[in-house]
Structure formats: structure tokens, C-alpha cells
Write a protein that binds this ligand. Structure first.
Ligand code: SF4
Ligand code: MG
Length: 337
């Protein structure tokens, strides 16, 4: 299908009084057209900062510390998104026009002082030469597409009139206003109750199939990834430590961190036979990322003199699965209970 987005060695740092926070420390991943890439990791792993750097929407104090982001436009041309692009015409055309974004909190995207319809119409009219009437018809069409109840009524409502799940639908409608080829979804279901979460996931999945867009789906929840993603990238302390298909990541994880994360999630009906284990230690302070493999202080398989000294290179498997671990490919015993 072809490459849509490619990140190469992206780094984003935040200088603070107490030192430099290396929030994103050389992240590479790619997304093909029409593909769903799940980005999983604990909070503070750099998932969101990386995604925001694609859109050049990182906070004002963020320092672009290198790397490149390439995006294939609808017209077939390729753009190199760089720091200078932050305010450029190209970036404005991409944001909302070719790349849509949805967040955990809908009110980061929706304005409280305008109706849902007005907000969608503005986005449509910013990117396309259409009349007001056409833009309004498009808004109603989009609200219908996201299965909003009573779209003809909701179009004239303000966000505070809507429930959490309906706001999430409105934000998705806004993100889809100009038929993006890429949707970046940052924990879009995390704040919702389980039933609404399942509905929104189902909606995103069916929209993705209907519209053929690609999604970068960011979550801390492995269960959600299993539902929606084709491929998965696992992040730890500002790096991608493993990538593979959903099946590879779930059934044949190669990196000890991925293995440990999977052991820490409950499986339905499995609790009796399989004790849940948490990963020992805690995520290190981002001011002092450990030397060598940053997971080594918590890893049951660390080799002294190697793991605590040398940053692991990418180990590439024939299937395409990639793990950044010195021991990837070895059959590692499960640590004793
Ligand atoms: Fe563990 Fe070493 Fe692999 Fe890091 S490189 S995950 S410390 S075995
Ligand atoms: Mg986040």
C-alpha cells in the first residue's frame, strides 16, 4: 500500500532548571497507508510527545533535538516536516486537512463557545472552497457518520450540552472533516466508561475501514491495542523498544519489557491459573535515564557489564519484528515467582 508516515530518530528534549528531560530519545516508526499502528507504553514513555511532534504541536519549551518526519501527501508528494514548519502554510494545510487528531479530553479540540456545527463548518471552510450551506450539510453528514444521535439537532448544540461519549464523537467528526489520510488518536477512550469505550473503539475501527485512513493509536492499555491495531510499537523511556504485528507482540514478544507488560495485564478467566505479576521497580526518573539499556535496572535478564553499558541496537527478525535488546532472540526463562 505504500508508506504514509515515517519517523526517523526523532528526539524531543525539555530543558528545565533541574536538567534536561529527554522525553523522546530517538524514536523511529512508520505507518503505511490504511494501517493502524498502536503505540503502547506507560505514562511518561514519550508516546504523546512523539505524536505531537508529528503535528509540530509540542509545547513551546520543547526542543527539537533531531530526527526527521516524512509524510506522503494526498497529491503524492512527500513533505519533510521540520521545526521551521510549525507555523507554515504547509503545516496548516496538513493539520486538519490531511492529518486529523483526537485526544483523551475532547475539550482540548472543541471550543466551549461555539456550536458543534460552527466548529466543523469552520474547519471544512478553512480547507475547502465551499459555501456555508454546503459546509453545514457536510457537518450533518459527519455527525451522522460518527453515529451521533439526532445529528440535525446536535449540529446547533454547544459541547457542554453533550455527554462525554457524544463529545468524543463530535471531536472525531471534527477530525474527519477533510477526509484525513492519517488520524492521530491519543488515548481517545481512556476517560470513558467501559461500555462507551467499546462503542468508540468500534466506531473508529469501522470508520478506518470505511474511509481507508491510517491511524496512530496511542494508549497505555494493551487490551485496546489488541482490539484496534494491525501493528504495535512499544515505548519505554522515550524509545521504541519493540515493534511487530499484533500477533507477534502478544504471542511472541521478544523484549523483556514487552514480556513483563503482558504478564501484568489481567486476562479474562485466567486469573486463577496465572498469577499477575507487576514489573519490579518503577519507571526511572526522566532526568536520569539509566545508561545502556534503559530497562536494565528492572530487567530479570540483564547482563552486567553489557546491558548497563551499551545501548542495544535493533535486532531484526525475518518476520519484520524488531526488538532493542542485547538478548532478543534468546529463549529467556520466565523468572521464578
Ligand atoms: Fe534486559 Fe539487557 Fe535486553 Fe535490556 S538489553 S531488556 S537489560 S536483557
Ligand atoms: Mg499521554
Amino acid at each position: 500500500p505504500g508508506r504514509l508516515l515515517e519517523l526517523h530518530d526523532v528526539a524531543v528534549h525539555f530543558p528545565t532548571r533541574d536538567g534536561v528531560v529527554r522525553a523522546v530519545n530517538g524514536v523511529s516508526y512508520h505507518v503505511d497507508k490504511g494501517e493502524v499502528l498502536g503505540i503502547v507504553g506507560e505514562s511518561g514513555s514519550g508516546k504523546s510527545v512523539t505524536a505531537r511532534s508529528i503535528m509540530r504541536l509540542t509545547a513551546a519549551n520543547a526542543v527539537d533535538a533531531g530526527g526527521s518526519v516524512r509524510f506522503r501527501r494526498k497529491d503524492g508528494s512527500e513533505v519533510l516536516i521540520s521545526a521551521e514548519h510549525r507555523q507554515s502554510r504547509t503545516m496548516r494545510a496538513l493539520r486538519g486537512g490531511e492529518i486529523g487528531m483526537v485526544f483523551q479530553e475532547p475539550m482540548t479540540a472543541l471550543s466551549p463557545v461555539h456550536t458543534i456545527g460552527t466548529q466543523i463548518m469552520r474547519t471544512v471552510m478553512l480547507h475547502r472552497k465551499v459555501s456555508k450551506a454546503e459546509a453545514r450539510a457536510r457537518a450533518i453528514e459527519l455527525l451522522t457518520k460518527v453515529q451521533m444521535p439526532r445529528p440535525h439537532d446536535i449540529v446547533d448544540r454547544y459541547p457542554h450540552h453533550l455527554s462525554g461519549g457524544m463529545r468524543q464523537r463530535a471531536m472525531i467528526a471534527l477530525a474527519l472533516a477533510c477526509d484525513p489520510t492519517l488520524l492521530i488518536a491519543d488515548e481517545p477512550t481512556t476517560a470513558l466508561d467501559v461500555t462507551t469505550e467499546a462503542q468508540i473503539l468500534h466506531l473508529l475501527k469501522s470508520l478506518q475501514q470505511e474511509l481507508g485512513m491510517a491511524i496512530v493509536f496511542i494508549t497505555h492499555n494493551f487490551g485496546v491495542v489488541a482490539d484496534i491495531a494491525d501493528r504495535v510499537a512499544v515505548m519505554y523511556l522515550g524509545r521504541v523498544i519493540e515493534t511487530g504485528t499484533v500477533d507477534e507482540i502478544f504471542y511472541e514478544p521478544k523484549h523483556p519489557y514487552t514480556q513483563a507488560l503482558l504478564r501484568s495485564i489481567p486476562r479474562l478467566g485466567g486469573e486463577k491459573t496465572r498469577r499477575l505479576r507487576t514489573i519490579r521497580g518503577s519507571v526511572p526518573d526522566p532526568y536520569s535515564v539509566p545508561q545502556g539499556c534503559s530497562f536494565h535496572p528492572r530487567c530479570d535478564h540483564a547482563v552486567a557489564g553489557r546491558c548497563d553499558v551499551v545501548v542495544p541496537a535493533e535486532a531484526r527478525f525475518p518476520s519484520g519484528q524488531v526488538a532493542r535488546c542485547h538478548r532478543a532472540g534468546e529463549v529467556l526463562p520466565e523468572a521464578a515467582e
